[in-house]
Design a protein around this ligand. Structure first.
Ligand SMILES: [Zn+2]
Length: 150
């Protein structure tokens, strides 16, 4: 008897709406975005890193963060990717760009949209600035995007 089984690779898509409690740290992070247009991090008492977006625990030290620190709204574009292919689940029309941004005063980086309409002008290491949505709802998209500073 032959035990060989053909290995199958199946593809699918999952559309999974969900709701969750943001918790005390993320709730304050989102309230600060919504009500004050401030981007907040938290400092780890052990390694002193400022973690952005604010996290309850430092995942390097496994200790609770304890000090709120305002960061940005300017920062450095660490790297980016440009999305050219249109997919129904994309939040924007292609082409658009995602960036990894290290905000001034932060020791970690965050992912967000880049608002430069000509994506060919994006460069690693360029300075960017957060632009807030006019109508803010307590959501990461209260930061509409980051745009290059000329
Ligand atoms: Zn730490």
């Amino acid at each position: 008897m032959n035990d060989h089984v053909e290995r199958m690779v199946l593809q699918g898509k999952v559309d999974l709406p969900f709701t969750y409690s943001a918790g005390k740290t993320a709730s304050r992070f989102f309230v600060e975005l919504r009500d004050h247009q401030r981007i907040m991090g938290k400092r780890c008492p052990r390694c002193q890193r400022v973690i952005v977006p604010a996290q309850l625990f430092c995942k390097e030290c496994f200790v609770e963060t304890d000090e709120w620190v305002e960061v940005g709204p300017e920062g450095t574009l660490v790297t980016f990717t440009i999305v050219y292919r249109k997919e129904n689940h994309h939040p924007k029309e292609a082409p658009f760009a995602y960036g990894i941004i290290k905000l001034d005063g932060a020791d970690t980086s965050m992912v967000h949209f880049l608002g430069e309409t000509d994506v060919t002008k994006l460069e690693h290491g360029m300075k960017v600035r957060a632009f807030f949505s006019e109508e803010r709802k307590g959501h990461i998209l209260d930061i509409e995007c980051f745009r290059p500073i000329s």
